[in-house]
Design a protein around this ligand. Structure first.
Ligand code: SAH
Length: 282
């Protein structure tokens, strides 16, 4: 039976956000966060043992051993990915419900009033709606009048934000990701949400030649938002809006400094995660 190289991570709860942010930098296949606990115990799965060993080395350098215990393990493949995702349920952000196919009619989330339901098949990447930054972006998108606006979703993952934007009235939506597996999962999710107007592309933000859009959504990482500020700025039309997320509160100053020609129109925060809607300063 195939086994998956993984790291068992036990840590103090205060480390959760920092750890989640640090893990974004590695080539991870999936994270099994287990049940919420006073002392969280995660399993992080990697594509190969080289990626696992690099991550273990970097994490040991970044976090003190008494706050984070790291044990390399090899987990037999018993469809763990499907099992770790199967317990996901529908979530609601404003008037948008993001539901896995098995929880579309969830009475609790629908009881809160009229909602547009987006169906997302949980995959190994981000974008099931269960990450704080996805929820923040879903809220920020609903605060904008997207009707007849063109929009690009940079780093679309499962396609969740592009699908939401299209259902909120955005047109000619382009969703890009440099990870072909992400685009494949987005393609499957578009099929589950047929009433959408979205083009998908395996493209790297840093090299793609693209025209400007009325709205640019970039739920990436603090480091990448800083490194690509010129690109993301030129991708946004003159009077356009730029939604930035994926960064932590302690990275906010650096992100704002990289977007000096912009002002914050709306700022949302959930735990340590931040989302900013930006407009060009006059
Ligand atoms: N938009 C989704 C997923 C965000 S995760 C959501 O909000 O839930 C960030 C995504 O950005 C990942 O799928 C990753 O593959 C993609 N990404 C990272 N660097 C990129 C780059 N340089 N160009 C395009 N996509 C990139």
């Amino acid at each position: 039976m195939r086994t998956w190289p993984a790291l068992q991570l036990s840590f103090v709860p205060e480390l959760q956000d920092l750890l989640q942010a640090a893990l974004v930098d590695f080539d991870i296949a999936a994270i099994d966060e287990g049940a919420p606990a006073a002392h969280p115990d995660w399993r992080v799965f990697f594509q190969d043992s080289g990626a696992r060993d690099t991550a273990a080395h970097e994490l040991r350098k970044s976090f003190p051993a008494d706050a984070l215990q790291i044990s390399p393990i090899d987990v037999p493949d018993e469809d763990w990915a499907a099992r770790s995702q199967a317990s996901l349920t529908a979530i609601r952000v404003g008037s948008i419900v993001v539901a896995p196919p098995w929880d579309i009619g969830n009475p609790e989330v629908l009881a809160a009033g009229r909602a547009a339901t987006i169906v997302i098949e949980p995959s190994m990447g981000f974008g099931t709606g269960h990450h704080a930054t996805t929820r923040l972006c879903l809220a920020a998108l609903q605060a904008i009048d997207l009707r007849r606006k063109t929009l690009i979703d940079v780093g679309t993952g499962s396609g969740v934000l592009a699908i939401a934007a299209s259902s909120l009235g955005a047109v000619h939506v382009l969703a890009i990701d440099d990870d072909p597996d992400a685009i494949e999962s987005a393609r499957q999710n578009l099929a589950l949400n047929p009433a959408t107007d979205i083009t998908l592309g395996v493209l790297d933000l840093r090299h793609a030649m693209l025209r400007p859009f009325d709205v640019v959504v970039a739920n990436l990482t603090g480091g990448l938002l800083v490194a690509t500020s010129t690109r993301l700025s030129s991708l946004t039309a003159a009077a356009g809006q730029l939604l930035l997320s994926g960064f932590l509160e302690h990275e906010e100053q650096d992100v704002c400094a990289a977007y000096a020609g912009w002002r914050v129109q709306r700022r949302l925060q959930e735990e340590e995660w931040v989302c900013m809607t930006m407009l060009r300063s006059r």
